[in-house]
Design a protein around this ligand. Structure first.
Ligand SMILES: *[C@@H]1O[C@H](CO)[C@@H](O)[C@H](O)[C@H]1NC(C)=O
Ligand SMILES: *[C@@H]1O[C@H](CO)[C@@H](O)[C@H](O)[C@H]1NC(C)=O
Ligand SMILES: *[C@@H]1O[C@H](CO)[C@@H](O)[C@H](O)[C@H]1NC(C)=O
Ligand SMILES: *[C@@H]1O[C@H](CO)[C@@H](O)[C@H](O)[C@H]1NC(C)=O
Length: 573
C-alpha cells in the first residue's frame, strides 16, 4: 500500500475570511478483489464483512455503501450477508482494452463513523476472442535468387484478449520450402516471420500458396488464418532503404485530424519500375490503422482521428516502402502523445443531507469526489467554496472531500444556503467546474412566543352588551410551522368570588377578547387577569402574562392590558 500524499495549504486574506486550498494527488487502493470477466449478474465477488473484519450487522449499522469511480455501478453490497455481488456482466476488453491488469477502483464508504476504504476490482481475462488477421490475403514477391535463411516479415493477426490469451505462435502449411518464426514486438505483440529454407527456381514454382495460422495461448486455444501467396520474381538488385530506421516525434493530443505527424523517405538505387517506391503501414494494429494514414507516394504520415493522451501515450507505427520489383524496406515511427489540459475537473456528489437541523454542532452535510483525467499539473486540483459561509471542506483519501458545518446554524437568521463548490486544475488555461448545492436548515422549537406590543389599550363601555368582540392581543414566534403556531389562553383567577372565565373569554386561535357580562363601572373599576401564549412545538414553549386593569379617571372607562415579560409571573407560567 502506498501512502496518500496530501498537501494542505492555507492562504490568508486580510479583508475576507480564510480560503482553504487542498492539493491532493491520487491515492491508492488498500485492497483488491478479483473476478473473471463475463460472469453472470449476481455472481459472488467477495465477502466485505469478512475482509474488513466486521460483524455482519455492523455493515448496515454503519451505513456501508459501495461508491464507484464514475457513475457506473458494477457492484452491489448485500448488507444482510456482507457479500459483494456483480450488478452487471463485465467485458474486460470494453473496460480496459489492451491495458493489463484491468483494475476498476471503487470505495467502500462507512458513514457512521465516516471511513473511506479504497479498493480495486481486478477483472481477469478469459479467452473470449480468437486471433484475426486484418488482411486475410497477403502477397509476397521474392526474387528467384533469394538465399536460404532469408527472413520475410508477414502481416500480423490481432487478438483482443491479453496475456496468455493473446497470440502466442504462428504456424504455416505446407512447409516444404518455408517455416515461420514468431517474433516478439513491443507491447507483447507477436509477429510472423517467414524463413525461406530451400532454394527455389522461378520457372519451376511461379507461385506458392501457404496457409498462415495464428494461435492464442488460451485453453482451449483459438486460432485465425490468412492466405499467403508467394510469387517468385525476376531479380531486382536493390531494396528501398529509409533515411532513418527510426523516427521519433511528439504530437500534442489536441492536434486536428489531418495534421502532419512526420514525413518518412526511402531511396531505391534501382531504375525504372524496380526503383519506384510506394509507402504503406506495416504491422498495423486496428488502433494504428484507425489513427494514422500514410500517403503512398509522398511518405507523409497524417492523423486520421484525434489523439487522447489519457487513453494512449505512445504509438509505434511501422512503415514499409515497397519498390515496383517487390522488394521492401521498413522503418518505425515512434509517436509520443503530449498532454494538453483538455479535461475540466469533475465532481460527483456521493451523499447529501438536506435539510439539516439547526443548533447542531459540526455536522457532515455532503461527501463528494473530484477527478481530473489529465496528468501532471493539468490533473492537479484545488477545491473551495465561498468564504462567507459557515461551512468548511475537509479532504479525505482518493480526492474525496466532506462538507461540514463550521458551527451550529440558526434557522431564524438564515434558512437556506446556496453553496457553490468550485474545483479548479493547475493546467494552462486553468479549467474549473462548479457545482451548486442547496442546504436547507430545519426548525427546532428554540424561540418562545413574544407579544407584539408592550401595552394594549381596549375601550370598554359601561353596561356593555355581553359577548361583544372588544379588541385583541397578539404574539409572534420566530420559529416556523407548528413551532410557531400560537394558542392563547386565560390563566385561571377569581374576581369577586366569580371565576375570571365568567367575565372574559379569549379566542384561542386569534387572541380576540370578549366581555361576557355587563360591567358596571360604579361597581368595578379595576380587575386583573393573565393571558398565556403557547406555541405548538414539542416541547411547547409559552410566554407572558398580561396584566389587565379597568381604570377610572378618563371620559370613557377602558381596559389597559399591559405586557409583562415571563419573569413577572414566572411562578404562574
Ligand atoms: C507455442 O509457443 C509456446 C511458447 O511460446 C510453446 O510452448 C508451444 O509449443 C508453441 N506451440 C506451437 C504449436 O508451436
Ligand atoms: C438559492 O438558489 C435558488 C435557485 O437555485 C434561488 O431561487 C434562491 O434565491 C437562492 N437563495 C439565496 C439565498 O441565494
Ligand atoms: C451556481 O450558482 C451561482 C450563483 O448563484 C451561479 O452564478 C452559477 O451559474 C451556478 N452554477 C451552476 C452550474 O448552476
Ligand atoms: C368595545 O365595545 C364597545 C361597545 O360595548 C364599542 O363601542 C367599542 O368600539 C368596542 N371596542 C373595540 C376596540 O371593538
Amino acid at each position: 500500500m502506498e501512502t496518500v500524499l496530501c498537501k494542505t495549504q492555507q492562504k490568508r486574506q486580510v479583508i475576507s475570511l480564510i480560503i482553504l486550498l487542498w492539493v491532493c494527488e491520487a491515492g491508492s487502493a488498500t485492497g483488491r478483489f478479483s473476478v473473471a470477466e463475463e460472469m453472470e449478474v449476481g455472481s459472488f465477488v467477495a465477502n466485505v464483512a469478512k475482509t474488513l473484519g466486521l460483524e455482519i450487522g455492523e455493515l448496515s449499522a454503519r451505513g456501508a455503501r459501495v461508491l464507484s469511480e464514475d457513475n457506473r455501478q458494477y457492484l452491489q453490497l448485500n448488507l444482510e450477508t456482507g457479500d459483494l455481488l456483480l450488478r452487471e456482466k463485465l467485458d474486460r476488453e470494453e473496460l480496459c482494452g489492451p491495458r493489463e491488469p484491468c483494475l476498476l477502483p471503487f470505495q467502500i464508504l462507512l458513514e457512521k463513523p465516516f471511513q473511506m476504504i479504497p479498493v480495486e476490482l481486478w477483472v481477469q481475462d478469459i479467452n473470449d476472442h480468437a486471433p484475426a488477421f486484418l488482411e486475410t490475403k497477403m502477397l509476397l514477391k521474392i526474387p528467384e535468387n533469394t538465399p536460404p535463411g532469408t527472413l520475410f516479415s508477414l502481416k500480423n493477426a490481432v487478438d483482443l484478449d491479453v496475456g496468455e490469451n493473446n497470440i502466442q505462435n504462428y504456424t504455416i502449411f505446407p512447409n516444404s520450402h518455408f517455416e515461420v518464426h514468431t517474433r516478439s514486438g513491443g507491447e507483447g505483440n507477436k509477429y510472423p516471420e517467414l524463413v525461406f529454407d530451400k532454394a527455389l527456381d522461378g520457372e519451376e514454382y511461379p507461385e506458392i500458396r501457404l496457409t498462415l495460422t495464428a494461435l492464442d495461448g488460451g485453453s482451449p486455444s483459438r486460432s485465425g488464418t490468412a492466405e499467403v501467396r508467394v510469387l517468385v520474381i525476376d531479380v531486382n538488385d536493390n531494396a528501398p532503404v529509409f533515411a532513418q530506421s527510426r523516427y521519433e516525434v511528439q504530437v500534442p493530443e489536441n492536434s486536428p485530424i489531418g495534421s502532419l505527424v512526420v514525413m518518412v523517405s526511402a531511396r531505391d538505387l534501382d531504375i525504372g519500375n524496380n526503383g519506384q517506391i510506394l509507402y504503406s503501414l506495416f504491422h498495423r494494429s486496428e488502433e494504428i490503422s484507425k489513427t494514422f494514414e500514410v500517403n503512398e507516394n509522398s511518405g507523409e504520415v497524417r492523423m486520421r482521428k484525434k489523439l487522447d493522451f489519457e487513453t494512449i501515450q505512445s504509438y509505434e507505427v511501422d512503415i514499409e516502402a515497397t519498390d515496383g520489383g517487390g522488394l521492401s524496406g521498413k522503418c518505425t515511427v515512434v509517436v509520443q502523445v503530449t498532454d494538453v489540459n483538455d479535461n475540466p475537473p469533475d465532481l460527483t456528489i456521493s451523499s447529501l443531507t438536506s435539510p439539516i437541523s439547526e443548533n447542531l454542532p459540526e455536522t457532515m452535510v455532503a461527501v463528494f469526489k473530484t477527478r481530473d483525467q489529465d496528468s501532471g499539473d493539468n490533473g492537479k486540483m484545488v477545491c473551495f467554496i465561498q468564504n462567507d459561509l459557515p461551512f468548511i471542506l475537509k479532504p479525505s483519501v482518493d480526492n474525496f472531500y466532506s462538507l461540514l458545518t463550521k458551527r451550529a446554524l440558526d434557522r431564524e437568521s438564515r434558512a437556506v444556503y446556496n453553496i457553490t463548490i468550485t474545483v479548479m486544475d493547475f493546467g494552462i488555461p486553468r479549467l474549473r467546474t462548479e457545482h451548486n448545492i442547496t442546504v436547507l436548515v430545519s426548525d427546532i422549537n428554540d424561540n418562545s412566543p413574544v407579544f407584539t406590543q408592550t401595552v394594549y389599550i381596549l375601550y370598554l363601555q359601561e353596561n356593555n352588551s355581553p359577548a361583544l368582540h372588544n379588541g385583541s392581543i397578539s404574539a409572534s414566534d420566530r420559529d416556523s410551522g407548528t413551532n410557531a403556531k400560537i394558542t392563547y389562553s386565560l390563566l385561571p383567577s377569581e374576581f369577586r368570588d366569580l371565576p375570571l372565565f365568567s367575565y372574559i373569554s379569549i379566542n384561542s386561535d386569534n387572541g380576540h377578547l370578549y366581555a361576557l357580562r355587563s360591567l358596571d363601572y360604579e361597581a368595578i373599576q379595576t380587575f386583573q387577569f393573565a393571558v398565556r401564549a403557547t406555541d405548538g412545538g414539542s416541547p411547547a414553549l409559552s410566554t407572558a402574562t398580561l396584566n389587565v386593569l379597568l381604570v377610572d379617571g378618563f371620559s370613557e372607562p377602558y381596559l389597559i392590558i399591559t405586557y409583562c415579560s415571563t419573569l413577572c409571573f414566572s411562578s404562574q407560567a
